[in-house]
Unconditional design. Structure first.
Length: 297
């Protein structure tokens, strides 16, 4: 599905845009499912296992930052990951054996929906090697005013920047870090059905949504099966028995099979500890740590 030029661009820049990665029928079904979830959130008054609510959420005006773990909330989102053009891209970039780390359906609310401060996914979940990436499948057209994803090309080959503030893991970089090269920022806009891809070590963020419509993007975060997590967002597995751990490993397998021989490489690692006062989401982690906002400067 990817051309030689696209693969070379990915290797050099650590990000890529792929258009029309799903069919019109698949896109329409995901849009309907997403709209149904947003409609159902009218009766929700606090963030829970399904929803992260944004400021100002009400029954009259639903405002969400995201729908959590959509691949577990509705089987169609798992089907898209395992039986669509998304799957083909996944295998071309990570190989035949792949695992899911997490997913989220970011529905950044209109009129100022929350920004995501600049960070590297790698800081949240370091692994034995860095063959990890994130897909961002656009469920609606995304323009400059929607708070689109922004990346810094080539940053996946550079250092792991500090994501700590006030003595805790803040999940964001310091805007004044000299290695945060803001002059190189690229903004990724596109049509519904397009998909952004960024490497786990690529610096990225997104501004508030200043438009009059939600920015709906389905994110899958994935790893080659031979990349084993050290600690971080998947560290719940430390609490599992061996039997439960193996079942979890099998459940997270997207294509191919789990790998029991981790590939270990020399990659920059700093553990995401100690945790922020509230680490229930990336938004809460960034807010409760007191980190400075890039978008307020």
């Amino acid at each position: 599905m990817l051309t030689k030029e696209q693969k070379e661009f990915w290797e050099e820049n650590g990000y890529l845009m792929v258009e029309d990665v799903v069919t019109p029928e698949q896109l329409a079904k995901m849009q309907q499912i997403t709209n149904d979830y947003i409609e159902a959130s009218r009766s929700v008054t606090a963030s829970n296992d399904v929803y992260d609510l944004d400021k100002g959420h009400s029954a009259e005006t639903p405002r969400l930052t995201r729908i959590k773990l959509p691949h577990k909330q509705n089987p169609y989102f798992w089907e898209i990951l395992t039986k669509s053009g998304v799957t083909k891209v996944l295998n071309e970039l990570l190989g035949p054996d792949t695992m899911i780390l997490t997913s989220k359906l970011n529905t950044k609310a209109p009129g100022g929906g929350a920004a995501v401060e600049w960070h590297q996914d790698w800081a949240f979940y370091p692994h034995t090697n860095d063959n990890l990436l994130a897909f961002g499948l656009m469920l609606e057209d995304v323009g400059l005013e929607n708070g689109p994803l922004q990346v810094i090309p080539g940053s996946h080959k550079g250092p792991l920047l500090s994501h700590h503030c006030n003595g805790v893991f803040a999940g964001a970089v310091d805007p004044q870090d000299p290695e945060f090269e803001r002059d190189k920022i690229v903004t990724l806009t596109g049509k519904a059905g397009s998909m952004t891809i960024h490497h786990a070590r690529t610096l990225h963020g997104s501004a508030p949504n200043t438009s009059d419509r939600a920015r709906k993007i389905l994110f899958y975060e994935l790893a080659a099966a031979d990349a084993w997590p050290l600690v971080g967002s998947n560290s719940y597995f430390h609490r599992l028995s061996q039997y439960d751990f193996m079942k979890d490993l099998e459940d997270r397998c997207v294509t191919g099979a789990p790998c029991l021989t981790p590939r270990i490489e020399q990659v920059p690692v700093r553990l995401p500890l100690p945790p922020a006062p509230d680490n229930t989401s990336i938004f809460k982690t960034q807010q409760s740590s007191g980190v400075k906002s890039v978008y307020a400067m």
